[in-house]
Design a protein around this ligand. Structure first.
Ligand code: PXG
Length: 464
């Protein structure tokens, strides 16, 4: 068998990594100086690194390892499927059992009327599919001018040219010629950072009404769809005010705009239901899925599509697909993951045990001098760091300076808690126990204390 070089000393692994491996979303030169932390194995919610440190992974990898690490059943299913049929495509009038079973299972779990799945290898690919799908849908309906997709600033929908254009990350748009034409971005419903004196309710409504204003300005005959994450993830776990989503739904219905819910993070139990759309009370026409679909054990994504859209698209040929659409090994792994989520009552554990306990403990961090707001939906949470809670002030330092210091303390304290700007975020495996939540919170508090001390030393506790 090919050697995997875990047995090499850490410094040698780091040197090889620096010499040959380009990390995503990373200043690779800077990392090469420092050396990447080498993760060697994982079990449950715990990562082990090459120095033997045990790290609590409060991000479930990249928001994906919903069932936790170390489930041998998925490895067994993958090995069995590789022996039986490692690959076949579904392009030219063929199919196979794993993709059939997975599509049928997803249709069973998805809300009524969403019964068709177009598979992809990732969330980015699935959102690229969605761009082509909604434009082709309106063209087939005799309205080819309906091509604009409305999205939001600070949304994350992937990193390909199409999905990166849908996303509203300005740092991404600055590199490589994005966004593509006919994508329009609205403001996000981030009450903490952007509401000024408005109440949460009024602000949520105002931000939703930007959608109606945009449709009227651009023309109803030009707008194909609105895409959003039920709860923004990579943007900082921004939980919209409760007035936001009902108004968005009303506007989409009124103007016949397709609603695409990007469920890549929110799907498969993250918010306590199968889909974030159910938690937020919305009825999308398309849902983007990936991540928790396979708990990250195999790369797979897709678009769950309404009966109406599938019928219109299915009347002709949709000239689109990926080599790995419905990959049999990934499909078999995803199916086994869904079996575990269902049969082991993981969503019930979230709703009845983990989420209520995490919420109580997470919100207890509000007594810390640095923590301004604590938001949480199911198993995704954020805290806003601030030098002044009363005014909801940002720090005078460049955005992200303080968040990075806090993240570094977390990493040093064997906790993976990320920062987005000066917000700290978590999204732990759904199977986390109350004891492990206690450890998570203790390490978070310790890291916040150390961060606070460092900010005092560096004289960084000033408001912008
Ligand atoms: N939609 C959403 C809502 C996502 O969060 C994607 C689409 C794209 O999925 P793929 O499988 O193509 O990566 C994502 C991915 C971060 C981070 O820093 C978040 C994601 C990916 C990488 C980093 O939080 N989300």
């Amino acid at each position: 068998m090919t050697a995997i070089t875990n047995h090499l000393p850490t410094a040698e692994l780091q040197a090889l990594d620096a010499a040959h491996h380009m990390h995503p979303f990373t200043a690779n030169g800077e990392l090469a100086e420092k050396g990447a932390r080498v993760i060697t194995r994982a079990n449950g919610v715990t990562l082990t690194d090459s120095e033997g440190n045990q790290i609590l992974d409060a991000m479930a990898g990249l928001w994906c390892v919903n069932i936790g690490y170390g489930r041998a059943e998925l490895a067994d299913v993958a090995a069995r499927q590789m022996r039986e049929l490692p690959y076949y495509n579904t392009f030219f009038q063929t199919t196979h059992a794993p993709v059939i079973a997975l599509a049928a299972k997803i249709a069973e779990l998805a809300p009524d009327g969403l019964n068709h799945v177009f598979f992809a290898g990732s969330g980015s690919e699935a959102n690229d599919t969605n761009i082509r799908l909604v434009r082709h849908y309106w063209a087939e309906k005799g309205q080819p001018s309906k091509s604009i997709i409305i999205s939001r600033k600070n949304a994350y929908h992937g990193s390909s040219v199409g999905s990166g254009s849908l996303g509203g990350m300005s740092a991404m748009h600055e590199q490589g010629g994005m966004p593509i034409p006919d994508i329009h971005h609205l403001n996000q419903p981030n009450w903490w950072a952007e509401a000024g004196d408005m109440s949460e309710e009024a602000f949520g409504l105002a931000r939703a009404q930007e959608l109606e204003e945009a449709i009227l300005e651009l023309g109803e005959d030009r707008v194909a769809a609105f895409i959003a994450e039920p709860v923004q993830g990579a943007g900082g776990v921004i939980v919209p005010p409760h007035t936001y989503w009902p108004e968005i739904q009303r506007i989409c219905d009124k103007y016949s705009i397709l609603l695409i819910a990007d469920e890549v993070i929110c799907g498969f139990g993250r918010t306590g239901n199968w889909f974030g759309s159910q938690t937020m009370g919305i009825c999308p026409d398309i849902m983007t899925i990936a991540k928790g679909l396979s708990s990250g054990y195999a790369p797979i994504g897709g678009s769950i599509v309404s009966d109406e859209i599938a019928a219109v698209i299915g009347a002709g040929e949709f000239n689109h697909g990926y080599t790995y659409s419905g990959h049999p090994v990934a499909a078999a792994v995803a199916l086994e993951n869904l079996r575990i989520l269902e049969e082991e009552g993981v969503l019930t554990h979230v709703r009845e045990v983990a989420a209520p306990y995490l919420k109580e403990k997470w919100e207890s961090l509000l007594d810390h001098p640095l923590v301004g707001e604590a938001k949480i939906v199911g198993m995704m949470g954020s805290i806003a760091l601030t030098p002044n809670k009363a005014t909801r002030a940002a720090f005078a330092s460049e955005t992200g300076t303080v968040g990075y210091i806090c993240r570094e303390r977390c990493f040093a304290n064997n906790l993976v808690m990320r920062h987005v700007g000066d917000r700290m975020i978590i999204s732990p495996p759904l199977i986390i126990t109350p004891d492990e939540i206690d450890t998570l919170i203790a390490r978070a508090r310790q890291s916040l204390d150390e961060c606070y001390e460092l900010l005092q030393q560096k004289d960084l506790l000033h408001s912008a």
